[in-house]
Design a protein around this ligand. Structure first.
Ligand SMILES: [Zn+2]
Length: 148
C-alpha cells in the first residue's frame, strides 16, 4: 500500500511527458509506516543516465545520483520509499529488466506515456522471493496518521 499526494502524482506525470520519448525516473521520498505502508510526501527528479538510444527502453540510476538523493532525503528527515519511471509507448507494467533490478520493500511506480501524453500510473512491489511484481493500491492524498 502506498499513499501519495496529488501534487506528487502531477509531478510524476509532468516529468514523464517532459522526457518523452525517453524514460524519466526519480525517487519517491517519504516515510515507512506500519504494516508496510509507504507515505510519499516528495518526489526527487533523477536524470536518465543511460545512453540516448537506450533511454527509450531502460532507466538507470547511478550510485552517485542515488547517494545525492539519499542525502537530500536525510536533510529533510525523509527516506527513499520507492522509485518511479515512465514507459514511453508501453503499458504501466514492470519489465523483466525492471524486476531484475528491483529490491523488495520499495514501491515502483510505472507511468505509461503514449505519444507524449501521460496515461495509466500503477504502483508495484517485488515479492519477498523477488520472483514477481505485485500491484499495490495507491491511496491519493490520504494523510497517514501514526500511532506514535
Ligand atoms: Zn520499466
Amino acid at each position: 500500500m502506498i499513499s501519495i499526494q496529488p501534487t506528487n502524482l502531477i509531478e510524476i506525470t509532468r516529468h514523464g511527458e517532459r522526457d518523452y520519448p525517453y524514460e524519466c525516473c526519480g525517487l519517491l521520498l517519504g516515510t515507512f509506516g506500519e504494516n508496510e505502508w509507504k507515505v510519499v510526501t516528495e518526489t526527487y527528479t533523477i536524470s536518465n543516465a543511460r545512453h540516448e538510444e537506450a533511454k527509450r527502453r531502460r532507466f538507470l540510476i547511478t550510485p552517485e545520483e542515488l547517494l545525492r538523493g539519499e542525502r537530500h532525503a536525510q536533510d529533510r528527515r525523509l527516506e527513499i520509499v520507492g522509485f518511479y519511471h515512465s514507459h514511453p509507448d508501453h503499458p504501466a507494467i514492470p519489465s523483466v529488466y525492471d524486476r531484475e533490478h528491483a529490491l523488495p520493500i520499495y514501491s515502483y511506480i510505472v507511468l505509461a506515456v503514449s505519444a507524449g501524453i501521460a496515461g495509466e500510473l500503477r504502483s508495484w512491489e517485488l515479492s519477498a522471493d523477488r520472483s514477481v511484481f505485485v500491484e499495490e493500491a495507491i491511496l491519493k492524498g490520504v494523510e497517514y496518521v501514526s500511532n506514535h
